[in-house]
Write a protein that binds this ligand. Structure first.
Ligand SMILES: *Cc1c(COP(=O)(O)O)cnc(C)c1O
Length: 351
């Protein structure tokens, strides 16, 4: 071993879902099957590339202001970043700086553990109950901060806002981050609690409900003081995180509320129909309020199913980790994509 090895910051990285570069039925990373708002396409076609000579606006003010308008908050309550992964990573760095452990669920977005390890933040996982719900009392113990997604990933389970509020209220000495990557498919957002609790940060993304995973836009909404701390950390890291193209396209996406809501309606409708179809095939599905379904079949091994699907160019997500060994996570695609998936299952199961 080289002497310098001991000085290297080593970390076991997050493993993202596969991104095959040929056309497959892609139900593995919760992307939206519909295109972004028409205004995004138009903005790209009409873009003045001369603007690319210059650095982008470090404050990302056009996008910050559009988001502020959309959520009825002040621009100083909005922070934007390169996907919510960037925003969440910045939040870990900025707000989780205690000797006490940060709490998050045992089954959740696997990036949390990676950021905690990267930044040397102690953490403690709290076990979800046997129905994969949060046990709120577990989060009332002393801690260095709290983070969880609502709806949770990969389960899709949404906790009512009063459960979220109780966790925020009982943790006013630390920062509580609610990762709402999927909340638009679910129900009320914790954004409505922002003015009531100064320890709350809500993080959302353009990657799922707004069909723009490729643009990498995420944002946090909180009070001006915490947003200022986030900006201080960001400017100490990289001033120009948001590129010019993302800024322009992001604004166009937020402007078109009608298109956004119609897209949500289609996915929710397909999700509910897909849950029934899966149950008819003998699957047990959690009651997802997201754009994916967490399902297991009592008669078929999840890993074998996952591999058989992949051989047929249908990609879903499988982890095989503790407590979820027999589950697959299936993104809600178009109705046609789901029909193809179900046709495969019927053939595989001789039904
Ligand atoms: C998809 C996802 C994110 C990250 O999305 P970005 O593409 O980085 O915006 C964050 N949290 C959860 C729970 C997610 O599923």
């Amino acid at each position: 071993m080289k002497a310098y090895e001991k000085n290297i910051r080593k970390v076991e990285p997050y493993v993202p879902g596969e991104q095959p570069q040929r056309k497959v039925i892609k139900l593995n990373t919760n992307e939206n099957p519909y295109p972004p708002a028409p205004g995004v396409t138009k903005a790209l076609q009409e873009m003045n590339t001369d603007r690319l000579r210059l650095y982008p606006d470090p404050t990302a003010s056009s996008l910050v202001e559009e988001l502020a308008k959309f959520y009825h908050v002040n621009p100083d309550q909005v922070f934007v970043g390169v996907g919510s992964d960037d925003v969440l990573s910045m939040c870990f760095l900025t707000f989780f700086n205690s000797e006490k452990p940060v709490f998050f669920p045992d089954i959740t977005y696997s990036f949390y553990k990676v950021w905690a390890d990267l930044y040397r933040i102690p953490y403690e996982c709290q076990k979800l109950d046997e129905k994969f719900h949060l046990v709120k009392e577990d989060y009332f113990k002393e801690n260095g901060g709290v983070i969880f997604p609502n709806p949770n990933a990969p389960t899709g389970i949404y906790e009512d806002l009063d459960v979220v509020e109780e966790i925020v209220a009982k943790n006013q000495d630390v920062i509580v981050i609610i990762d709402e990557a999927y909340v638009d498919f679910a129900g009320r957002s914790a954004i409505e609690l922002i003015d009531k609790y100064d320890n709350l940060i809500v993080v959302q993304t353009f990657s799922k409900a707004r069909s723009m995973a490729g643009m990498r836009i995420g944002y946090a909404i909180s009070n001006p003081i915490l947003i200022q701390y986030l900006n201080d950390a960001k400017y100490s890291f990289n001033s120009y995180t948001m590129n010019q193209t993302s800024l322009i396209c992001g604004v166009e996406a937020v402007k078109d509320k009608a298109y956004f809501e119609e897209g949500l309606r289609k996915i929710i409708e397909t999700r509910e129909w897909a849950k029934t179809e899966l149950k008819n095939l003998g699957f047990q599905c959690l009651d997802s309020k997201s754009n994916f379904i967490f399902a297991m079949h009592p008669d078929y091994d999840a890993k074998e199913l996952f591999e058989a699907l992949k051989k047929n160019d249908i990609y879903v997500r499988f982890w095989g980790s503790e407590r979820i060994e027999q589950y697959m996570r299936i993104t809600v695609g178009t109705r046609e994509e789901m029909e193809t998936l179900f046709a495969f299952f019927r053939k595989y199961m001789n039904k």
